[in-house]
Ligand binder design. Structure first.
Ligand SMILES: [Zn+2]
Length: 76
């Protein structure tokens, strides 16, 4: 499995904000703690954001699913 790193800054600013703030941390068992030093990469045809949890500094990985449609307004 090869990770292909992409440029996080190429994402839409709204998506960037969302990925940085709306995270889930397995270590803290909490959502929305936010991540630091986000990196975007592609592996097995899927894209992921990897960053460090603001609270515990563990690495948090979130799959990038750009899907802003569910009949709900985004929170930002
Ligand atoms: Zn955490």
């Amino acid at each position: 499995m090869v990770k292909e790193y992409l440029n996080f800054d190429d994402l839409d600013p709204i998506d960037k904000d969302w990925f940085i703030t709306e995270t889930w941390c397995d270590y803290c068992d909490k959502a929305d703690l936010g991540i630091m030093k986000p990196k975007l990469y592609r592996e097995n045809g899927k894209e992921f954001i990897e960053g460090k949890c603001h609270k515990c500094w563990n690495t948090v990985i979130t799959e990038v699913v750009i899907q802003h449609i569910k009949g709900e307004k985004p929170k930002w």
